[in-house]
Design a protein around this ligand. Structure first.
Ligand SMILES: Cc1ncc(COP(=O)(O)O)c(C=O)c1O
Length: 392
């Protein structure tokens, strides 16, 4: 019998009446991880100066600990991601990691930043801001959606690179369209032309197996507070060893020029408990069985798509190989077509039916992105379907 599904809600603080199909945007933190975080906070409060100034980061550590506490947590997280602890730092979120890399790049007038139309809006804004400051140019990589062949995305990257491209920002899993992109292949094309690659893997940890160094990218930014069950405010920035020099956090503090981990491990006084509790999120997944959990989520996303497409006589354009735990699917035409229709429907589903799901307008029709998490099952999809059909 499957142990996943709505009965898993006992492990999460989510309201029982909520149909929560948006773990991808704002993940729900398991109770066990929140308790671990609170225990860390309690320990900090027993002696904040000892904990924060003597034990937390390598910059000031003078305690008898074998390593600073942040380094131990980074080590555990890195192992989960197939990486080395010394190449990984915590950041508050993926947006912060992207800003750190882009603002450290030393772009010159005329340099180009390549970023796809399917990229996350805040990341596109960060690229636009840095380009504006430096007289550089943002070049939009047009990736068609829908598209059935991931190989065409690789070709599109190849064709958009120019002798002026300094960095390509490539998604691992796209946000609105929820596509697993062929990141390693796209990065290889960029590398072959001497272009640096900043990978946006905001949705990847926990959702898909990861061996970051094997992807052939220069920097990899990700969130642990989405699919890796860390408390909110926990992301990572991985940098290849040769890219760590000159990489600075957006907030400069005591660690300036003291080395990659020293610099990022102290960016002013903060609550480090989300970072330190991240290993508990990984332990939660391991106790459930990481592969079993991923398989369940993938099957539920795929099963939801199949059920809804058959029911509405529509076709899902995305191949199974590009779907992880999220799927973006077309909605019946009668529900509207514009961004305003999408916004109205999304709010109506939440405020009238307790259903949280992102709805967007793409190519003149409405689409919904369903996140499948271990606390969801097909009964959630059924409620979603009925709520939409009542509005047709
Ligand atoms: C692809 C992608 N990149 C970056 C982000 C930004 O994440 P955060 O708001 O945690 O910085 C998101 C958020 O959903 C995302 O989907």
């Amino acid at each position: 019998m499957n142990r996943f599904g709505r009965k898993m809600l006992e492990h999460f603080p989510l309201e029982p009446q909520a149909v929560y199909l948006n773990h991808g945007t704002v993940g729900v933190t398991p109770r066990r991880v929140l308790e671990a975080q609170q225990a860390i906070r309690d320990e900090i409060e027993r002696h904040p100066a000892r904990y924060l100034l003597r034990e937390l980061s390598g910059l000031t550590a003078s305690s008898g600990l074998s390593q600073p506490r942040l380094r131990s947590a980074a080590q555990e997280v890195a192992e989960f991601l197939g990486a080395r602890g010394e190449d990984l730092v915590f950041v508050g979120n993926a947006t912060t990691g992207v800003n750190a890399v882009l603002r450290s790049l030393g772009l010159e007038p005329g340099d180009e930043i390549l970023i796809a139309n399917l990229a996350y809006g805040a990341v596109t804004n960060a690229a636009a801001f840095v380009a504006r400051e430096r007289g550089a140019k943002v070049v939009r990589l047009e990736l068609p959606f829908p598209l059935a062949d991931p190989g065409l995305y690789v070709e599109a990257v190849d064709q958009a690179l120019t002798p002026r491209t300094k960095v390509a920002i490539l998604d691992h899993i796209t946000s609105e369209t929820a596509l697993i992109l062929p990141l390693a292949e796209m990065a290889e094309r960029a590398r072959a032309k001497g272009v640096l690659v900043l990978a946006d893997g905001a949705h990847a940890p926990g959702q898909i197996p990861l061996e970051i160094p094997a992807l052939g990218v220069d920097w990899y930014v990700a969130n642990l507070h989405k699919w890796a069950f860390a408390p909110r405010g926990c992301g990572i920035l991985w940098a290849a060893p040769e890219r760590q020099k000159g990489l600075h956090p957006p907030v400069i503090s005591w660690g300036l020029d003291q080395g990659f981990t020293q610099e990022f491990d102290w960016v002013g006084t903060q609550d480090p408990s989300a970072y330190l509790a991240a290993p508990e999120g990984i332990r939660f997944m391991r106790d459930l069985g990481v592969e079993a959990m991923r398989q369940y989520n993938h099957d539920l996303a795929g099963g939801a798509a199949q059920m809804l497409m058959e029911r509405w006589n529509l076709e899902l354009p995305t191949p199974q190989s590009m779907i992880g735990s999220m799927v973006t699917l077309p909605l019946p035409q009668g529900l509207g077509s514009s961004p305003a229709d999408a916004a109205r429907l999304k709010d109506a589903l939440l405020f009238e039916d307790h259903i949280e799901v992102p709805v967007m307008a793409i190519g003149g029709r409405l689409w919904a992105r369903i996140s499948a998490q271990i606390y969801n099952d097909l009964s959630d999809i059924e409620r979603f379907a009925q709520a939409l059909e009542r509005r047709l």
